[in-house]
Design a protein around this ligand. Structure first.
Ligand SMILES: N=c1c2ncn([C@@H]3O[C@H](COP(=O)(O)OP(=O)(O)OP(=O)(O)O)[C@@H](O)[C@H]3O)c2ncn1[C@@H]1O[C@H](COP(=O)(O)O)[C@@H](O)[C@H]1O
Length: 102
C-alpha cells in the first residue's frame, strides 16, 4: 500500500464509528493519544534497528509510519503538507542547511 493510499484511508476514518475501525478509535481519543502511540511505535522501531532484526524492523517501521500519519491527521496535517515541506527542502544538502543554521 502506498503512503498516499494509507493517508487517504486514515482521512476517510475521521468521523467513522470507533467500533468499526482502529483508526477511528484512535482518532476519537484525541491528538495526545495518537502522539503517545506514535512515540511507542517509534521506540519499538528504534529497538529493532539497534538489534538488527530486519523483518521486525520492517514491521515496526510500517507501524511507525501509520501512527505518524494518524498523529498528523489528528492535527489536520496531511501527507500533502508534509510532501510540500519535503519538496521545499529538495536540492538543499542537509550539510548546507546545518551550516546555514550556525
Ligand atoms: N497500517 C495500519 C496499522 N498498523 C498498525 N495498526 C494497528 O495499530 C494497533 C497498535 O498496536 P498495539 O499493539 O500497539 O496496540 P494495542 O496494544 O492493541 O493498544 P493499546 O492498548 O496499547 O492502546 C494495532 O491494533 C494494529 O492493528 C494499524 N491499523 C491500521 N492500519 C491501516 O489502516 C487501515 C484502516 O484500518 P482501520 O481503521 O482499523 O479500518 C488498515 O486497512 C491498514 O491499512
Amino acid at each position: 500500500m502506498s503512503l498516499q493510499s494509507l493517508a487517504a484511508t486514515i482521512e476517510a476514518r475521521k468521523g467513522a464509528d470507533p467500533e468499526s475501525s482502529w483508526t477511528a478509535k484512535l482518532l476519537a481519543k484525541g491528538p495526545e493519544k495518537a502522539a503517545q502511540k506514535f512515540g511507542e511505535e517509534a521506540i519499538e522501531a528504534i529497538v529493532e534497528a539497534i538489534k538488527g532484526d530486519r523483518a521486525r524492523l520492517i514491521s515496526e517501521a510500517a507501524d511507525t509510519l501509520y501512527h505518524l500519519l494518524v498523529m498528523c491527521a489528528a492535527r489536520d496535517v496531511t501527507l500533502g503538507d508534509i510532501e510540500a515541506e519535503l519538496e521545499r527542502r529538495e536540492g538543499r544538502s542537509g550539510l548546507d542547511e546545518k551550516a546555514a543554521r550556525s
